[in-house]
Design a protein around this ligand. Sequence first.
Ligand code: NDP
Length: 267
Amino acid sequence: QHGHSEAVVTEAQQRHADVFSLEGKLALITGGGTGIGLAIAQCMAEAGATVVITGRREAVLQEAVATIGESAEYVVNDVTDLSAIDALVAEVEASYGPLDILVNNAGINLKKPALEVTDEDFSRILHTNLHSVFALTRACASRMMARQQGVILMISSMAAYYGIDRVVAYAASKSAVEGMVKVLASEFSGQGVRVNAIAPGFIETAMSRTAMNSDPDRRDRAMRRTPMGKFGQPNDIGHAAVFLSSDAARYITGASLPVDGGNSIGF
Ligand code: NDP
């Protein structure tokens, strides 16, 4: 046996691969053109899924689809346009088949001291990060429940749990998403649809790297709060998303999984 280079897959290895596989699944990933959403799309495609990514910028989506490869498609869509949500889901299913997985990843942040946050700021953050997430989830869940199967993932944040200065609207939106996960998981669990959240810690994306590099104090503070002593990579969220969407997680619903290098251990 030893010394052979040909790959022989044992039955046990195949069983292991099958349980984590997303072969034949269709996933819709909002904001899948950049950062964490793109990594989730890439990891899901590697696990065998067909992925449909959305976002507002067509050029960004085209480039992302070219990076991911053949099993990726895109639809230009602004999740805040609630009147377009039913049409988006109908279009995706008409073009690519029944949706198995929804990843609510699109999100925006705003860093301002609370007293400087305007009503318009607050509504904009809540509308994108919370109301749109609810509306798209409702549209997908009704279809998934009719088929008795589906997985819904929310990309939350550790800002839902901890007092991080200057993100009051963002923290409110993500805490609300965490609350919603439990209610939806409870209501949907009888009809084969699981609902979970991933709460990323400090993840190094192009944008967060620029922000951290331009503010060394903030970088040091974030590092001090991270027991593993390093920031996470987008793929760390991608792998967690694959796991939670796979049969390996078939008994997990209503959960929020921190992927944060230990931020959630506390002090
Ligand atoms: P990015 O800004 O790179 O990604 C956000 C994506 O969402 C973009 O592709 C953007 O595309 C899309 N998007 C924003 N608004 C809309 C909209 N109205 N309609 C459709 N798409 C939209 O940031 P990240 O990858 O870092 O963030 C992804 C998620 O992860 C967010 O929910 C964020 O809150 C969460 N998160 C990130 C952390 C980090 O450290 N990076 C930590 C914790 C949570 P476009 O502008 O083209 O529409």
